[in-house]
Design a protein around this ligand. Structure first.
Ligand SMILES: Cc1cc2nc3c(=O)[nH]c(=O)nc-3n(C[C@H](O)[C@H](O)[C@H](O)COP(=O)(O)O)c2cc1C
Length: 366
């Protein structure tokens, strides 16, 4: 079964490999009439580009996007939008050795088992570069959401065991430092931790947090297309993500109902909640409060220490990985989490438009 398409109405198909000619995405189901240009997409891609921070792979790629279809005279036409980024810094020689063995923590073994052979250059389709297509599509979804007054924002919440102090929250700081943390003090600590990891030829994991502001209530399709379930799928489909949390997440199992329940109240004449432990959904449907989610990333699997593994001939061997790799994935993955969240929220907003007869009547009986 193919698995490169995500979404029901706002549907994206990503394509391309790390060391192929290009990578990209086809976005089908984007409404006509959105003002869109390459700069809108490029601003998002620049946030995930290699070499953008000193804790990212030093592979230098311009990652310049080309819009091939679906936009005419500066506006989306309602037809498929195809976007492409050419690979310009491939060094397949860095990877020629990898053809013969399975790198620990990578998808080499599982791709071989599934397909019988694999594109070993930089991980092929399992490479972090696959996320280029997601980010390009996410830029469009975010722009559409902004038209509805809905804003998706992600940032680095933790690197190793260093977490952001929310009392210091400063998004400008996050967008300008090397860790993506919205807290100068935590960012400096995390940078020191990452330097130690690099000196030890090791890597670090971390957490990306994401919020959706001005989310209307009523979005999500029980029972198999719940908002939280679809967000979980979107986030867990990102390489290296090992866990997803909404609201207080795993901590709820250790609390009590009297603390965990978000009490309802009236605020400015509207139904509201006094707390948001749930993270903005109840029964898989948005409750009108902020959507709060977290994505937990494992440490970058490519480390430069000697490691034990097995080759394709079934022999146990010791390897030392070469090439260019991020000592931590999280800072570059912030925009990927933001993109997948925006794509999911937009798709579910569009799906919701058929939920009620009165909405359909309002639409057709103008
Ligand atoms: C944005 C992004 C960048 C990544 N960069 C690297 C990298 O430089 N080196 C590496 O070993 N893994 C990197 N990865 C992770 C691997 O792609 C991923 O861990 C691997 O394919 C195994 O998949 P799994 O961890 O989901 O099981 C990156 C992932 C993402 C999302």
């Amino acid at each position: 079964m193919a698995g490169s398409t995500f979404g029901t109405i706002f549907k994206i198909t990503t394509w391309g490999e790390s060391h192929g000619a290009a990578l990209g995405v086809v976005v089908d189901g984007c409404p006509a009439g959105l003002a869109l240009c390459e700069e809108d997409i490029q601003a998002f891609l620049d946030r995930r580009k290699p070499g953008a921070t000193k804790f990212a792979t030093q592979r230098k790629e311009a990652d310049s996007v080309e819009i091939l279809s679906g936009v005419f005279e500066g506006k989306t036409t309602g037809t498929p939008i195809s976007m492409l980024v050419r690979n310009t810094s491939q060094r397949s020689s860095d990877y020629s050795e990898i053809a013969s063995y399975y790198r620990p923590g990578h998808a080499d073994y599982t791709f071989d088992q599934k397909y019988g052979f694999r594109d070993y250059r930089g991980g092929g389709r399992s490479s972090g570069r696959e996320t280029i297509g997601r980010v390009a599509a996410g830029a469009i979804a975010s722009k559409l959401l902004e038209q509805l007054g809905i804003f998706v924002t992600a940032y680095t919440y933790a690197i190793g065991d260093i977490t952001v102090n929310m009392e210091h929250f400063d998004l400008e700081e996050a967008r300008n430092n090397h860790t993506g943390m919205p807290d100068k003090e935590a960012s400096e600590k995390a940078a020191a931790y990452l330097r130690t990891c690099m000196e030890n030829l090791d890597s670090a994991g971390g957490v990306v947090a994401c919020s959706v502001k001005n989310m209307p209530a009523g979005i999500g399709e029980p029972v198999f297309e719940k908002l939280d379930a679809n967000l979980a799928k979107a986030i867990l489909s990102i390489g290296a993500v090992k866990a997803f949390e909404i609201g207080d997440g795993t901590a709820v199992s250790m609390t009590k109902g009297s603390i965990n329940n978000d009490c309802f109240c009236i605020n400015n004449g509207k139904v509201s909640k006094t707390t948001n432990h749930a993270g903005g959904t109840l029964g898989g449907i948005s409750d009108g409060s902020e959507i709060l989610l977290k994505a937990y990333f494992k440490p970058t699997p490519s480390i430069f220490q000697e490691q034990k593994t097995v080759n394709r001939n079934g022999e146990e061997i010791a390897i030392q990985i070469k090439g260019r790799h991020d000592p931590v994935i999280v800072p570059r993955a912030v925009v990927v989490v933001e993109a997948m969240t925006a794509i999911t929220i937009l798709d579910m907003l569009l799906q919701n438009m058929t939920a009620r007869l009165d909405s359909i009547q309002n639409f057709y009986q103008k």
